[in-house]
Design a binder for this molecule. Structure first.
Ligand code: ATP
Ligand code: MG
Length: 284
């Protein structure tokens, strides 16, 4: 049995649960006050925790693996390994200063008070740049602190930057990029590693599929060569004759990003009845 720690509720929790479900794992939701649950169709126990506690829980071996923000991993400095990046909960940890502050570079932070919930990551950054600044550790709403004169600058999570702007701040330096990551203890036992590998195999298949689409279109036979040359298929596209004389159906798998690039070209080449379908799982 594998024990996996995930966030109970917050910005990681919905996407984490959706990912596990897309991997075909069925479990109850962990709605309050439930702390743990067993998957019904995979040897998996899920612990629902605050994100801050997940690295320690994995490092201590209470959980074999976890899903948490890279930023929390960096902050907690526990002995865990990042096994896979998961592509959701993307954000960055940045320094922000009041809008009117004339910022030329990190050396301008010398002598300032900087408020943050991430003192470890901030201290490491300041040391790497030889900057002497005081760190004010604050647990919530860091962005309001300069407005009440409690700090000169902040170091916090930014995703769109709109919270900063509405508090009269501007982002001046990105210190780290973060996304959700799958973590495990430093040396899982063979039986645990086998389950981690099984789960990761599914996670990779689901993540890969989400970037691709299955595309079907009708092509006049005369245009087939041109149209199949436009399609950046996985191998070569499947071409099947239509009941209507002179036409074929072309099927292939392409990246969604590529699809938007080539749609006009396909139409100009004579493609008709273009269908684009989501793919649930993709295995090489
Ligand atoms: P908990 O109650 O579990 O301690 P929390 O309030 O500390 O939760 P959340 O706000 O739920 O944390 O954020 C969890 C993680 O999601 C962050 O550590 C970060 O990795 C990521 N994250 C936070 N804010 C954003 C955002 N605005 N956009 C994208 N990802 C974010
Ligand atoms: Mg937290």
């Amino acid at each position: 049995m594998l024990t996996l720690a995930i966030q109970k509720s917050g910005r990681l929790s919905d996407s984490t649960r959706a990912l596990l479900r897309d991997c075909g794992i069925q479990f109850q939701n962990g709605s309050s006050p439930k702390l743990k649950t067993r998957a019904t169709n995979f040897p998996l126990q899920i612990l629902f925790l605050r994100d801050d506690d997940i690295p320690e829980c994995v490092a201590d071996g209470v959980a074999d693996a976890g899903i948490v923000g890279e930023n929390i991993c960096a902050e907690k400095e526990k002995s865990v390994q990042i096994v896979e990046k998961l592509g959701f909960a993307r954000c960055r940890l940045s320094i922000a200063v009041p809008r009117e502050f004339d910022y030329a570079g990190p050396h301008d932070l010398n002598g300032l008070n900087i408020a943050t919930s991430y003192p470890v990551v901030l201290r490491r950054f300041l040391q790497s740049k030889d900057i002497e600044a005081s760190i004010r550790e604050i647990s919530g709403s860091v962005e309001v602190v300069p407005g009440i004169g409690w700090a000169d600058a902040i170091f916090d999570i930014v995703s769109t930057g709109s919270t900063l702007v509405s508090n009269g701040l501007k982002e001046v330096h990105t210190v780290m990029e973060s996304e959700a990551v799958f973590i495990a203890g430093p040396a899982p036992a063979a039986e645990k590693q086998a389950l981690i590998d099984k789960l990761l195999f599914r996670i990779r298949a689901v993540r890969k599929a989400s970037a691709y689409r299955y595309i079907l279109l009708n092509s006049p036979n005369a245009a087939l060569e041109h149209i199949t040359a436009i399609l950046p298929g996985m191998k070569s596209p499947t071409v099947m004759p239509l009941a209507m004389e002179g036409w074929s159906s072309v099927h292939t798998v392409i990246r969604e990003d590529d699809f938007w690039e080539i749609i006009e070209e396909l139409k100009l080449a004579g493609a008709e009845g273009i269908l684009v379908l989501p793919i649930e799982k993709m295995i090489d």
